[in-house]
Design a protein around this ligand. Structure first.
Ligand code: NAD
Length: 388
């Protein structure tokens, strides 16, 4: 019996090698002057920003450029980007980069559109609603992991409170997502591995979430199969075009899945870990995914037992102990792509554990209530200790 669900992903996906060239024509429909947002000046140095600017100009779109943003963008940096965009009369945002740049573009779109600091929309009893005033966003992704180009979410960090919530509404989807695998070829091995693991974690969590739908199940299965087939290859040889293509698609399919079925306990924990210890998102997920799978699989064994089969791109699921097989297959992938580092090696201290668990409950509560095992505080502490 298929239970009721709704499905809303209002993103125009432009996928394929060389599709950066479509940017001008796509942006032209949405605004007259674009604010191009990157985290740091890497893409200015490589000439990518200049290529984008030339492409926009050829389509009659003016632009301004802001790069003073960190990976895991801070709310204060997003406010600065918004002030810069407003001063320059920008009416459309372009996030050029990984999830951090795209999320910063979404954050600036919210802040400029409502003329309010972004943190007002993030936390607290007076949290402001995100409305249709949000400016349009075009996401040009250069990593294959967060799926931010396909989600309504923007993840924003507050260094003062050590919090890292994900915010979003129907108005914060990118209007256009340009997913050009050529832009991902320059990712170093470590970033390929950690972002690729993020895509896997999205797909596992959305597949096993209590909000999973028949459509997201198809996306997740396809994404997990692609990641099993291509992540090792993309890490080994960044110029393997077939592997980059496969990972680029897996990334966006994972994004579409978490737009609807959201994420579960591992992502809840990773946000709180990142707020406290400023870890690399995909690396902290790799440290915690095996333990969260072992914890949550009892709540949805029929789904969890398929993960190993999907990762090996098999169609028959036979043999003993399919649940543990799924966890072992994930652990094998983690080891093969060089991500087998516990949280302690990533800078998380034992004394941080309670604060991290409490952070999940305080501002990532949705991720635990839709987890098939709905973990409590002690469960979260147990998972964190085992993932150190
Ligand atoms: P990132 O955007 O933080 O980038 C990491 C580093 O990789 C940066 O230094 C960046 O300059 C570099 N980089 C990016 N593309 C490159 C390329 N092609 N070549 C060389 N270097 C490149 O990494 P990310 O993992 O894509 O994003 C992480 C952020 O996204 C976190 O804050 C995470 O919480 C958030 N996130 C958001 C969503 C969402 O739906 N909005 C989902 C998951 C995660």
């Amino acid at each position: 019996m298929i239970r009721d669900f709704s499905f809303f992903i209002p993103v125009k996906l432009v996928f394929g090698e060389g599709k950066l060239a479509a940017a001008g024509e796509e942006v032209r429909v949405l605004g007259k002057k674009a604010l191009i947002v990157t985290t740091g000046d890497l893409f200015k140095k490589t000439g990518l920003v200049d290529r984008l600017v030339a492409n926009l100009t050829a389509s009659g779109v003016q632009s301004a450029y802001f790069s003073d943003l960190s990976p895991n963008p801070l709310h204060t940096e997003i406010d600065a980007a918004a002030a810069f965009g407003k001063k320059n009369g920008c009416d459309v945002m372009i996030g050029l980069g990984g999830g951090s740049a795209i999320d910063a573009a979404k954050g600036a779109a919210i802040a400029i559109g409502h003329d309010r600091p972004i943190w007002d929309f993030c936390m607290g009893p007076d949290q402001a609603a995100i409305t249709a005033k949000t400016l349009p966003v075009v996401a040009i992704t250069t990593t294959a992991g967060t799926g931010s180009e396909g989600t309504q979410w923007a993840v924003i960090t507050n260094k003062a409170t050590l919090e890292k919530p994900g915010i979003g509404s129907d108005y914060t989807f990118a209007r256009v997502a340009i997913v050009d695998p050529e832009l991902m070829a320059s990712m170093p091995q470590k970033i390929t591995a950690s972002t690729g693991f993020d895509a896997l974690a999205h797909s596992i969590e959305a597949y096993t979430s209590t909000l999973a739908t028949p459509i997201t199940d198809m996306y997740c299965e396809k994404a997990i199969r692609l990641i099993g087939k291509y992540l090792r290859r993309a890490v080994k040889d960044g110029n393997d075009k077939e592997a980059r293509n496969g990972m680029a698609l897996a990334n966006t399919l994972g994004g579409f899945s978490i737009a609807v079925a959201i994420v579960t306990v591992c992502h809840g924990l990773a946000h709180s870990v990142g707020g406290v210890a400023n870890t690399t998102h995909g690396e902290s997920l790799a440290a915690m995914t095996p333990q969260t799978m072992r914890f949550s699989m009892r709540g949805n064994p029929d789904k969890f037992k398929n993960i190993g089969m999907f990762l090996r791109d098999e169609v028959v699921n036979v043999g003993q102990d399919r649940l543990e097989d799924s966890v072992r297959e994930v652990e094998r992938l983690i080891a093969d792509v060089g991500l087998a580092n516990g949280l302690a090696k990533q800078g998380v201290k034992v004394t941080d554990i309670e604060r991290i668990a409490e952070g999940v409950i305080r501002y990532m509560g949705g991720s635990i209530t839709i987890d098939p095992m709905n973990p409590g505080r002690d469960d979260l502490i147990g998972i964190l200790k085992k993932s150190m």
